[in-house]
Write a protein that binds this ligand. Sequence first.
Ligand code: SF4
Ligand code: SF4
Length: 119
Amino acid sequence: MAKEKTFPKVDYEQCMACVMCILACPFSCMEAEYIPPDDEYKKPRPKMIYPEYCISCGICVTACPIDVIEMVKAEGLEEILAQEHEARKVSAIEKEKQRKEAVEAFFKTMAEQAAQNEP
Ligand code: SF4
Ligand code: SF4
C-alpha cells in the first residue's frame, strides 16, 4: 500500500519565525510570508508554496528548535495548496504583463516627446 502523503503543519501561534524549517527543506517547499497578512509583529513565517515537491520527509519538523511543526494527513490539502500555487503563478504572470505594459508606455511617451522636440 502506498504511503499516505502528509504535510507539515505549523502552529503559527507558537512559531517564532526563525525560518530554520524553510532552510532545512531539501526541496525549498516553503517560503517566508506574513501569516496572517496583517500580522502586527511583522514576522514572516513558513508557508508551503510548492506542495507538489514535498516528499513528507519530516526534515522540517526535525529542524524546528521549538517543535511546533507536525505532519498531518493531507486529504484535500494537496489540492487546495496546488490551487493556491496556480493562483500565485497567474498573479505573477499578470504582474509581469502589467510591468511590461508600463515599460512600453513609458518608452512610447518618451519617443513622442522626443519627436515633438525635434526641430
Ligand atoms: S516534509 Fe520534507 S519535503 Fe516536505 S516541506 Fe518538510 S522538509 Fe520539505
Ligand atoms: S523552525 Fe519552527 S519556529 Fe522556526 S520558523 Fe519554522 S515552524 Fe517557526
